[in-house]
Design a protein around this ligand. Sequence first.
Ligand code: SAH
Length: 537
Amino acid sequence: MEGVVEMKGKLLVIGFGPGSFDQITKRAKEAIEESDIIIGYSTYVELIQGLLTDQEIVSTGMTEEVTRAREAVRQAEQGKKVAVISSGDAGVYGMAGLVYEVLVEKGWTQATGVEVEIVPGISAINSCAALLGAPVMHDACTISLSDHLTPWELIERRIEAAGHADFVVALYNPKSGRRTRQIVEAQRILLKYRSPDTPVGLVKSAYRDRQQVVLTTLENMLEHDIGMLTTVIIGNSSTFVYDGLMITPRGYQRKYTLTSDDQPLKLHQRLRKENEPWALEQETPKGTKTSLEWATEALSMVSQDSTPAVKPAIITKAATQPESIFEFAVSTGVANKKFTPQQMIALAEVAGEKGSIEYTPHHQMILRIPTSEPEAVTARLRSEGFLLSAIGDVVQLKACDFCDGEKTDSIPYADEIQESLGGLQVPKELKIGFNGCGMACYGAVKEDIGIVYRKGKFDLFLGAKTVGRNAHAGIPVAEGIEPEEIVPLVEDIVAFFKEKAYPNERFHKFFKRIGEIKGFKYQEVPAIQIEPMACGD
Ligand code: SAH
């Protein structure tokens, strides 16, 4: 058959990962082993030395990439199996594109030309991320700061866009001996959009002998060593550092809160089902379909009737699943307990069809609204005179109605407490009850901190246990506090709790454990003996 079968070569464009043999894929190893010739930058050829047997080596300097690609194509066309190697993935600032460019220039097609196999590898964004924790997680981009082949204005625009759109950014080629300005400029641009505290990971020589991993911030990143072999990973606005790890949460659900520093989403809340609206087993409000039902319906339509496969309505529905749920409490004010019809309409309108309104025992409505525009929601409600409060582990003021506005003397103090402490983040939710007369009919003495205005002065109660069979009122710790002293005193108590309480420790437990708060002593509350009940009683 000689002369009939043309001996066709093959181009294997191989990413060998970050550097260590453990991080090379099985296929990449095999591909290197089965090649006749290895073509690559000399440092890379050295890195894979241990895998080589009797292959011919063509190694050249860094800048001779085009020469390398041409040589590879030439050798393959002569019937050789040629491996072109790149670090990381060959398709990420590597040789893959270049090899195709050379082929295209020569009129190559898949059917007629030499066979090409691109062998994927672990790119620096992935290897470096793994060493840092889980910084990528969400939408991310890679930007190479090398302006060798790309105009700097374009690179600048990309950094700008990535900053603006809150992408996690992996900067490749951040700096070299001669190129030192670009990383400074990149930092300057990103600081326009991101907090100086944004976590930044610097990983040098990942999975190689001189590996270095540094965790820093956007503000301080330039104080560390950054070079040719560094990848810089810049977090998004949700990225956080925990125990030396850089972590970007999976989503932004309930990211919107009333003030930026209160009520961050806690892990157990984030991991709830309702925070994964896209999950198939997700429960949905009565009368609406679950994702699984939508998917099943779509599938049955596809299999029964292939034209048109899926009706557009289904696609639209699935695509508009909410990503962020804005959760907060509304009330009609510190002292006012009456809703106007307009306010009720406003509540219904902002909640819309998908939001929910929950009435709580704390004279509040909790709103949960899927939205991408929390500011529009808050602006609307505030314009209707609503008081908006954060919920979760924050300070909340529960005031009475001051006898329908008749006993107004103490209202300014309640307002001041709301202003100063409302929404403040604390280790565990903390309710301050504030009642405008000795009747205390709104139950101030049943809150964590109870304040009762009586005969021009204030009485103070601390540490009520509000729930359970052994619920009890707060301990009366002081009477006749001068009005000008009450706000600073409560502020001090809250500050002490905030500083000293364990995470999740309720105020009454804290009081019992610590024994004394700002000079007020804890006293044991007489426990009523409750006979254990026989089953069924
Ligand atoms: N194809 C490669 C990227 C080549 S561009 C890949 O997919 O990873 C060269 C840049 O990649 C370097 O400047 C550095 O930013 C990054 N890089 C490559 N290998 C790395 C490693 N082992 N550790 C850290 N960064 C690396």
